[in-house]
Design a protein around this ligand. Structure first.
Ligand SMILES: C[S@@+](CC[C@H](N)C(=O)[O-])C[C@H]1O[C@@H](n2cnc3c(N)ncnc32)[C@H](O)[C@@H]1O
Length: 211
């Protein structure tokens, strides 16, 4: 989407995608990645997600990137955290304990700036990308992380029911995007709930992508 679309969403507080309780598929199944304490989890397009704090609470180091500086600042403020802020490679980096969030464009993030990644958590990120940007997104993500394993959450619904985002990204699309990079394993599938259920019916699906 056009960056202005997202900046406007944050400005108008139209953030129905934000889950007050964090994501239930993540908390129920993330152990399948078998991470160790101190492992580094990358969250692309992280918003001000409560999953950031949840992952840090599990002993992970968390690194995210989010286009909206307002969202990044809201994350730290709402969690009562003071962040150290610096400018790096055209992005702003906010750090507090095990949490490091970049404010800026995902496509401007380099492997060097990101640093080592043990796993990726993609929720409402791939599905936020319109079709024309999905291949670039997927390839940049794999390259940035050195093909780190992913815990991926997608939606599958009939796209004629509503316009994205979030877009419907069925299993075949995931396979095509990550062909030769990841093997897809199903983890769980539940009925779409929450505000999106007012627009369409379908499933919310969790996958493990292993290199
Ligand atoms: C649907 S929201 C999901 C946020 C978060 N993952 C969550 O679960 O709450 C998508 C987010 O991606 C951000 N975004 C969109 N394009 C981006 C880009 N090119 N670089 C970084 N963030 C981007 C938007 O500002 C928005 O906060």
């Amino acid at each position: 989407m056009d960056p202005n679309f997202w900046h406007q969403r944050w400005q108008d507080n139209k953030i129905a995608f934000h889950e007050a309780e964090g994501n239930a598929l993540l908390s129920s199944h993330f152990h399948l990645l078998s991470l160790q304490k101190g492992d580094r989890v990358f969250i692309p397009l992280c918003g001000k997600s409560n999953d950031i704090g949840w992952l840090a609470g599990q002993g992970c180091r968390v690194v995210g990137i989010e286009l909206s500086q307002a969202a990044v600042e809201a994350f730290f403020a709402e969690n009562g955290l003071e962040a150290e802020v610096s400018r790096v490679g055209g992005l702003r980096r906010y750090r507090s304990g095990p949490i490091e969030l970049f404010a800026g464009d995902f496509f401007k993030l380099s492997k060097e700036l990101l640093g080592p990644v043990d796993a990726i958590y993609d929720r409402a990120a791939l599905v936020a990308m319109p079709e024309r940007m999905r291949t670039s997104y997927a390839h940049h993500l794999a390259k940035l992380s050195g093909n780190a394993p992913q815990f991926l959450i997608t939606f599958d619904y009939d796209q004629s029911q509503t316009e994205g985002p979030p877009f419907s990204v069925p299993a075949e699309t995931i396979d095509r995007l990550y062909e030769g990079i990841y093997r897809r394993e199903p983890v769980a599938s539940v009925e779409i709930a929450g505000p999106l259920a007012e627009r369409c019916s379908g499933t919310e699906n969790a996958w493990l992508l292993r290199p």
